[in-house]
Design a protein around this ligand. Structure first.
Ligand SMILES: Nc1nc2c(ncn2[C@@H]2O[C@H](COP(=O)(O)OP(=O)(O)OP(=O)(O)O)[C@@H](O)[C@H]2O)c(=O)[nH]1
Ligand SMILES: [Mg+2]
Length: 342
């Protein structure tokens, strides 16, 4: 009843530059720490398990604890190899130093050792693409398998760049999937950005060629190129992507300046094999790990961070424009291990 009254009243109000009344009732924007924690809930809960006071069994012996932890890491998509490496290092580090402590102190010490070990897997810090100003236009090619989140991540990235005052041009290089051009066009319109596109089924290299030329002619700061999702196992499609890469390089020496691979965190260890196939086609400069919210177990960030030799540049924490965070190993660790401060 009250809501209906409010809606009627709102309609009669003249347009004004001030925010609508409803916004004053919307919840305060959540903090960055809270967003990370919300996205990493599953991994955080999993990692807590071996330390739980309730899992007394795992406390009975150090070996039982390590075996519990190993199971949890593998279950969290950290991957067998990386999990075993972490356990071995923990075992080596704790067997001599922690004797004589109470079980509570020992659990705390192990927790902080685990935090250090996992942090060391993520040593490589990503340089956010918007932080680089050394090439104009800066050409960013975005690749990944079907449905990984490429187009959405491009929109999120474009929103960030625009907020920084950069001029951005979108290129609809996915001419393969029906409605892909339309999807990017909708984002372009929403963001007020220019888009270079051809018709469905046109040659992707041709639209990319036009896109790069247009970017140079217009003097834009950043070009974001969307590409068709492809099964990384399908050779002709990978060849098409290599061709796109070559076309860009021929137009601008040293371009593309970034090749960002979008990996869906929900695909777990499969994400690593996808990455390796793309890496074999051309060098990747960074990873966008999408869909870290929701059902993803999140441990794949640790596997990607430690095994690919390519930094995670961003993580996707939802479907909205603002749900893209620059990946920070420290924020990641804080979200997993520390108590909320607010
Ligand atoms: N929850 C969540 N959903 C996401 C995220 N990123 C993308 N999505 C959703 O995932 C779905 C696929 O995203 P797209 O951006 O279309 O993926 P794509 O890689 O461009 O897909 P193709 O063009 O078909 O290859 C959409 O429904 C997005 O809203 C994320 O970080 N979190
Ligand atoms: Mg797409």
């Amino acid at each position: 009843m009250a809501l209906r009254f409010w809606q009627r009243k709102k309609k009669t109000q003249p347009d004004s530059a001030s925010p609508p009344v409803a916004e004053t009732h919307s919840p305060a924007p959540i903090t960055k720490d809270a967003r990370w924690r919300r996205g990493l809930t599953r991994l955080r809960d999993l990692l807590r398990r071996p330390f739980d006071a309730s899992s007394e069994q795992s406390r009975q012996s150090r070996e039982a604890f390590f075996s519990d932890l190993e199971e949890v890491l593998i279950q969290a998509d950290v991957g067998v190899e990386t999990s075993l490496q972490v356990i071995d290092r923990l075992r080596a580090g704790t067997s001599t130093a922690r004797t004589g402590k109470s079980s509570q102190d020992e659990a705390e010490a192990l927790r902080s050792d685990l935090k250090l070990e996992l942090r060391s897997l993520l040593e490589k810090e990503g340089q956010p693409v918007e932080g680089s100003d050394d090439a104009f236009p800066r050409v960013i090619l975005v690749v990944g398998v079907n449905g990984a989140g490429k187009t959405t991540s491009i929109a999120k990235l474009a929103a960030r760049l625009k907020k920084e005052g950069k001029t951005v041009l979108l290129v609809a290089g996915d001419t393969f999937r029906a409605a892909a051009i339309e999807q990017l066009s909708v984002w372009a319109e929403r963001l007020g950005l220019e888009i270079i596109k051809h018709r469905d089924g046109a040659s992707p290299s041709a639209v990319v060629f036009d896109g790069v030329r247009a970017a140079v002619a217009r003097g834009v700061d950043v070009v974001l190129i969307d590409t068709a999702g492809r099964l990384h196992t399908k050779t002709p499609l990978m060849e098409e992507l290599k061709k796109i890469h070559r076309v860009i390089g021929r137009e601008i020496a040293g371009a593309p300046h970034e090749v960002l691979l979008v990996l869906d965190a929900g695909t777990g260890q499969n994400a690593l094999s996808q990455a390796r196939t793309f890496q074999a086609a051309f060098p990747l400069t960074g990873v966008i790990l999408s869909k870290m919210d929701g059902s993803a177990k999140g441990g794949v960030a640790l596997a990607v961070g430690s095994q690919l030799g390519v930094p995670i540049q961003y993580i996707g924490l939802g479907e909205q424009l603002e749900d893209l965070e620059v990946f920070s190993p420290d924020d990641f660790m804080t979200a997993l291990f520390d108590q909320p401060t607010e």
